[in-house]
Design a protein around this ligand. Structure first.
Ligand SMILES: Nc1ncnc2c1ncn2[C@@H]1O[C@H](COP(=O)(O)OP(=O)(O)OP(=O)(O)O)[C@@H](O)[C@H]1O
Length: 299
């Protein structure tokens, strides 16, 4: 089951929100769909869900065109949350589950299962407005997956959750992936994306500026990070040939360098200058790549 977008464009009047976007979301994968504010992510999701028509291009799921009639196959956790505050958790999920073609018995057994898994079984008969923001988030997540969708779109699923609940939700998401759900994951928290996604796309002004596997993207980026911990003054590295960026930290410094060879010359330059506690060459983070690719055009 794959989601394919071919040259998808969305115009709002004269403005282009999504610009000839082509993507393939691999089967049983978690795909990172990233971009700065206003990049076109939500507009893309709405087109996939059939809530918005594309101006041009095609969207297909498993070879068939996708639209509102396939919405029972899709689960969507939108960034802006949409629960009914006055309804109980049970009534909420019965209502939303029925919209997706489920019967009441199955909805109730799935709800019980998920509330128990999220360690909140007592919420079944509570009104949504009585729950904390993080716990409402769990209910919203259950509402997105209760019908066992083939394709799941998660927009900032971990926002507002404490670290323990983040882990709990992450495990649930990974289990769904293992069971065969294809997942599109959107977040501004790059560390979560690095942890969970093998493939990704960074969108900017409606166009992909980076696309591929995380591994290839990092490799092709070229630049590396070098972390040095030492009591010796290291500020001479600010102007050192091949150093792109210098950041002082309590234990020493963090550098962005042009390539691996620069680390060798720095290593030599440090000989005899005092005790080095750490000298660590690292891949660039997704955050570095995002800031460079998206930040450059902000300027
Ligand atoms: N209904 C609409 N009418 C006019 N313009 C719109 C509409 N919906 C979105 N846009 C515009 O389309 C562009 C993309 O917006 P979109 O909401 O898809 O971005 P996003 O990547 O989801 O951003 P964020 O991370 O801030 O949620 C923006 O310039 C936005 O103003």
């Amino acid at each position: 089951m794959t989601l394919v977008l071919k040259n998808v464009t969305k115009r709002f009047g004269r403005d282009i929100a999504v610009d000839r976007l082509s993507l393939e979301i691999p089967e049983n994968e978690m795909f990172g769909f990233l971009g700065g504010n206003g990049a076109g992510k939500t507009t893309t999701f709405r087109m996939i869900l059939g809530l918005l028509d594309s101006s041009e291009g095609e969207i297909s799921w498993n070879g068939e065109s996708i639209g509102y009639d396939k919405s029972h196959l899709i689960g969507y956790l939108p960034e802006e949350r949409g629960l009914y505050p006055k309804l109980t958790v049970k009534d909420q999920l019965i209502y939303l589950g029925k919209l997706r073609g489920m019967n009441k018995g199955t909805i109730l057994s799935e709800t019980e299962k998920w509330l128990a898994r999220f360690k909140v079984p007592e919420y079944m008969n509570k009104k949504v407005e009585e729950l904390s923001k993080g716990n409402q988030q769990k209910i919203q997540f259950i509402s997105a997956i209760i019908h066992k969708p083939e394709l799941l779109i998660l927009d900032e699923p971990f926002s507002g959750l404490d670290p323990i609940n983040v882990e709990m939700l992450k495990e649930a998401v990974l289990d769904l992936k293992e069971q065969g759900t294809s997942i599109v994951f959107s977040s501004h928290q790059m560390d979560h994306v690095e942890e969970l996604c093998k493939h990704l796309c960074i969108l900017h002004k409606g166009k992909p500026v980076v696309q591929g596997t995380l591994r290839d993207i990092k490799r092709s980026y070229g630049k590396k990070n070098l972390v040095i911990h030492s009591e010796t003054p290291l500020d001479f590295l600010k102007e050192y040939p091949g150093v792109v960026h210098y950041k002082q930290i309590t234990e020493g410094c963090e550098l962005q360098i042009k390539n691996e060879a620069v680390s060798q010359t720095i290593f030599s330059a440090l000989q005899g200058k005092g005790f080095i506690r750490k000298f660590d060459l690292e891949e660039p983070s997704l955050n570095d790549i995002f800031i460079e690719k998206v930040g450059a055009s902000y300027e």
